[in-house]
Design a binder for this molecule. Structure first.
Ligand SMILES: [Zn+2]
Length: 306
């Protein structure tokens, strides 16, 4: 019995010592771990704010950047890389491709379509697309919402979307505040549909004044008239409209048309291929000015590229 008690005591003692040792080991491990975590946690802050300040760029090093190898021109530079086509990329490529095909030394004209978008606009776009050409659309703001897809289609085809006021008001007969609202609201809805603000406006019936010029300047738009009036708004036959244009057309003309009449649609079915046959390149108003070395300035008015 006594021996047993002694043995039990020894076992208890050794157990106790073992437990204490284990406990000490665990505590020391914990202390080491906590210390490591603390040190690691503070390191970046210490380095960032005190020990190594943000290196000041050395001018000498900046002046001699790593030489970037000049890319060898592709053997066939006509072939563009084809990344995943997004509408934006397609448009950029389409424009780049078309612009590179425009010869500034050859005749060019800009067809402009006023008073849309409307029920004939999509068919106008079909004809433009069929001949791989573009035009400029002076749109009425309050009609854009109903024809968003058409306006976006025109824009993505590379045509230009420009401002023809919100509700086709005679701008010379309304207040400066109303002129501003007519133009601002239209530019806003064009931007909401295409993502781009228009760079030119055309006053309805060509009725302008000093306020129109000043407000157009404030809204970053040039004022665009025309040099050849198709008079398609008069009740004339498509043949007569066609003849009057073909008789008068000159290099760098801006041609006034309306995408609101069926007769205009019938006219351009013949007019566009025949203008191309006569050697005219069909471009947007902005392109016409660009290739004519005319800088479009906001608030200034233009009627041709000569
Ligand atoms: Zn108009």
């Amino acid at each position: 019995m006594h021996q047993n008690t002694q043995r039990t005591n020894i076992i208890k003692k050794s157990l106790y010592i073992t437990l204490v040792l284990i406990l000490l080991a665990v505590i020391s491990l914990l202390i080491v771990s906590i210390f490591q975590v603390l040190v690691r946690g503070y390191e970046p802050a210490v380095i960032d704010s005190h020990i190594t300040p943000t290196p000041t760029p050395i001018p000498a090093l900046m002046a001699t950047p790593k030489p970037v190898p000049t890319p060898e021109p592709a053997p066939d530079s006509g072939v563009l890389p084809t990344p995943e086509p997004t509408p934006e990329v397609l448009q950029t490529f389409g424009l780049a491709d078309r612009k590179s095909r425009i010869d500034p030394t050859l005749p060019m004209v800009a067809l402009t379509f006023d008073d849309g978008p409307g029920r004939f606009t999509n068919q106008v776009l079909d004809i433009l697309e069929q001949h791989d050409v573009v035009a400029t659309f002076y749109v009425i703001g309050e009609q854009v919402g109903r024809y968003k897809d058409t306006v976006l289609r025109a824009f993505e085809m590379g045509s230009e979307i420009a401002n023809h006021t919100w509700s086709h008001r005679a701008l010379n007969r309304i207040s400066a505040e109303s002129i501003y609202q007519q133009l601002k609201d239209t530019s806003d809805i064009i931007e909401s549909v295409t993502g781009a603000l228009p760079t030119s406006m055309r006053p309805p019936w060509g009725l302008s004044n000093a306020n129109v010029l000043r407000i157009s300047k404030d809204l970053n738009m040039s004022v665009l008239f025309w040099s050849l009036d198709s008079s398609d708004y008069l009740n004339r036959s498509p043949d007569r409209i066609y003849d009057s244009i073909m008789e008068e057309v000159k290099d760098k003309d801006i041609i006034l048309l309306h995408d609101t009449y069926e007769r205009t649609l019938e006219t351009i079915e013949r007019l566009i291929p025949d203008l191309i046959d006569r050697g005219f390149q069909l471009v947007t108003v902005s392109e016409l000015m660009y290739f004519s070395d005319i800088e479009l300035e906001p608030g200034k008015s233009y009627s041709h590229g000569r």
